[in-house]
Design a protein around this ligand. Sequence first.
Ligand SMILES: [Cu+2]
Length: 186
Amino acid sequence: MRRLLSALALGASTMLAAQTAIAQTAAPEAPAAPAAAPQSFESPIQNGKGEPIGKIVIRDGASSLVMRVTIQPGGLPPGWHGIHFHAVGDCSDTEKFEKSKAHVNHDQSKHGLLNAEGPDEGDLPNVFANADGSVNAEVSSETPLTGEGALKDGDGSALIIHANEDDHSTQPIGGAGARIACAVIK
Ligand SMILES: [Cu+2]
């Protein structure tokens, strides 16, 4: 009985030692982030029936923002889809999403990441929806989330997903077609 008790005691002290070791090794990594932590913003994506199909998560750094687009299975028709930042943060007219207006474009640039006179500030790379309609994508943009010329200006902005892919050169939206999903950025 005594052996058993001391074995238990030894076991407990070994566990404590292990926990202390974990705490010591984990500690130095913790304080690194806060100084340069990017601003982040999250918003649901809704389809043409006003149903939630996924979300955008934006992290805004000093010189560019990174946006993750996540859409659940069944959310989109499979294949490539053009996506853009549109000028107004209003997704309430779900049939056509026209209240989101045209692209964010403060300096009258031409549309298209591949256009010599572009791109406009709303231009983004296409995203690809899998056979089940889901999307997991990450894109970047030099358009800021806050500050001068930002997405979060007085009337906000919207992330619009189009029915077709964007060819990144023809006007006005690269042949991307109808607006089929929308997320408010405000
Ligand atoms: Cu668009």
